[in-house]
Ligand binder design. Structure first.
Ligand code: SF4
Length: 328
């Protein structure tokens, strides 16, 4: 059995809700089929009837092996470095986190707040919130740039607001077998981390990969309304699908859909800069432009090439590119 402890910092519980909705595998499958022993989880812990404080000390003192430490939510350091606002089991949560991370075989950050600081870390950041190993894109975070768990890996980041349920459970399955350690290339089974410590298997493609609107994107056929089944959401209502690393259109949500398939722009929530433009009025669901050219272009495309491409696309757009293909 692999012992898993799930703790929560400054969080809305969105990643817990996501985790409990996982389908392949489910949270229950982790326990029944994959040998995961949940020591504590904020939504399940009370039902497990556990004396949390005793159990945490047992992990720290080595009486219980801590195979996987999952952290959800931002690390609250304020006020004045005490973390007092987040007092938990008689110590500030940040102190438990710091100590437990050093005895855990694997440390997993789920959701943007745990990975990068998230919305609580937006300016002016009164709670001095920070991610486990990053603050936005800046490496370091609460545990420091050089932190490695006992397995030798840095914090495994599974970002998203929230993370996709199956990203969470599939990574837990991959690291659950006791004694599993990465090889010389940092690879554990099929897990390879990217330069932001995200598992490449879920984050090496873009949200746009697999989006049903790609043909509309290619011909610059835009939509300006939510919920429409035709048109691309990039040109007017701020879709970040072409520059966001995620597999939301490859591994569908609830096995059925995604934001862009449902007609809602991707907000780029798996990237460290989320929330982009600090959610300033007029920046959400609106493409930011300078002289008519989007400020944020598809990854790898420069302004000049974008201008040439979109001009040609618009000129050559066939009538059907503006049709709704899904009416029948
Ligand atoms: S809706 Fe977004 S993800 Fe889909 S094709 Fe347009 S820009 Fe790309």
């Amino acid at each position: 059995m692999a012992n898993l402890l799930w703790l929560q910092g400054g969080a809305c519980s969105g990643n817990t809700m996501s985790f409990l909705n996982a389908e392949e595998p489910t949270a229950v499958d982790l326990v029944t089929d994959f040998g995961v022993n949940i020591l504590w989880h904020p939504s399940l812990g009370l039902e497990l009837g556990i004396d949390l404080q005793t159990m945490l000390w047992e992990c720290l003192l080595g009486k219980k092996t801590l195979d996987i430490l999952v952290f959800e939510g931002t690390v609250i350091q304020a006020p004045n470095g005490t973390g007092e606002w987040n007092r938990f089991a008689d110590r500030p949560m940040k102190d438990w986190l710091s100590d437990l991370a050093h005895v855990a075989n694997f440390v997993v950050a789920v959701g943007d707040c745990a990975c990068w600081g998230g919305i609580p870390a937006m300016a002016p950041n009164p709670t001095d919130s920070i991610g486990l190993q990053y603050l936005r894109r800046q490496e370091g975070g609460f545990l420091g740039k050089d932190f490695r768990s006992k397995s030798g890996l840095p914090v495994i980041n599974i970002p998203g607001c929230p993370s996709h349920p199956d990203w969470i459970t599939q990574i837990l399955v991959a690291i659950a077998p006791p004694g599993r350690v990465p090889n010389a290339t940092g690879r554990i089974g099929d897990i390879i981390l990217d330069d932001l410590h995200r598992p490449q298997t879920f984050f090496n493609t873009f949200t746009q990969t697999g989006c049903t609107r790609n043909i509309h994107f290619a011909y610059k056929a835009s939509t300006t309304e939510f919920g429409q089944r035709k048109g691309c959401l990039f040109y007017d209502i701020g879709c970040r699908g072409p520059m966001t690393h995620s597999s939301c259109n490859r591994i569908l949500w609830n096995r059925v859909s995604s934001k862009t398939r449902a007609g809602v722009p991707c907000l780029g929530c798996t990237e460290p800069e989320f929330p982009f433009y600090d959610l300033k009025p007029g920046t959400v669901f609106k493409t930011q432009t300078v002289m008519g050219v989007p400020k944020d272009l598809p990854t790898g495309v420069n302004k000049k090439d974008y201008a040439v491409l979109t001009m040609a696309a618009k000129d050559s757009m066939p009538d059907w590119a503006e049709e709704d293909f899904f009416t029948i």
